[in-house]
Design a protein. Sequence first.
Length: 367
Amino acid sequence: MAQVSLKDVSKIYADGIAAVDKISLGIENREFMVLVGPSGCGKSTTLRMVAGLEEISEGRIYIGDKLVNEVPAKDRDIAMVFQNYALYPHMTVFENMAFGLKLRKYPKQEISKRVIDAAGILGIKALLNRRPKELSGGERQRVAVGRAIVRKPLVFLFDEPLSNLDAKLRVQMRTEIHKLHLRLATTMIYVTHDQTEAMTMGDRIAVMKDGIIQQAADPITIYDSPVNKFVASFIGSPPMNFMLGRIIKKDGKLYFDEGKIIVRIAEEMYKKLNPYAGKEIIMGLRSEDIYDKLFVSSATAENVVKVTCEVVEPLGSEVYLYLNTGKHTFIARVGAHDRPPINQDMDLVFDMSKVHFFDKDTEVTII
């Protein structure tokens, strides 16, 4: 079994800066866990502590039932794929993939079998006699992954392995790594700053900020039910729109007053929002939950807002509208043929059943 458990793990440098601050996370056997967050959030440091490449300041790390705090990296039965591939330039692809097994004194026949099997899985059999300089970026990445596969480790660790590839190759390799996980049925921990990679690849996602895990859940839960404003803003493309306004109560109904626009809040949200009546609050709404009134038959005056369309950005199957209320700017994601005139007013409909509300001071999710 290859569960990985982190219990109150911290990394504190000599100057007192905590790169990772008492994080606890359980990764199940055969699970694909993604650590995602902005640069400097501590995700790569966390991965390196699991790998044994970074010393732990506090806490415990278990691989299976074994405490590995003091276990050297070479004895942890893990394989790591780095961002820069780390291939030996003077060796062939075969020799690069076989190198770790040779160090461990595996028989030549077993080494050959493992390398050829891994090359077959990754579609690089024809490259085994080439050297790294003769390979494309995507081919080098496959070799780096193949070098990890031949080890047959308990846990695979990936540290931003696709960041050096172009957009098309990233999508292709993303799919290949996902298929590889299904085929090998092993535990994988994957670090990225790309929320699209996190959403499409992970069984679960741990969103990190300032060395702390903000939320760990499956991708849909993270997207639909973020625990705070940071998670809501980081996960989703384009990011969630936010507006600062005030909850007002009138004739037994609750409204969100942004200053330039007023929209009625759905009744099912009253119980949680009643304590905020008269107070400032942050409303969040995803771009796909904003519609052009021309295409909505059920719009009412209480959820229609007038805005100015400043930029129309066609993306083929959809269009991004960059909008201004006079106080806030935000983005709507609409159909491919919805292209309103630039710098003219238009009516939009907010889907008020899909809005999120956050406490102004703590930024914790209310709804």
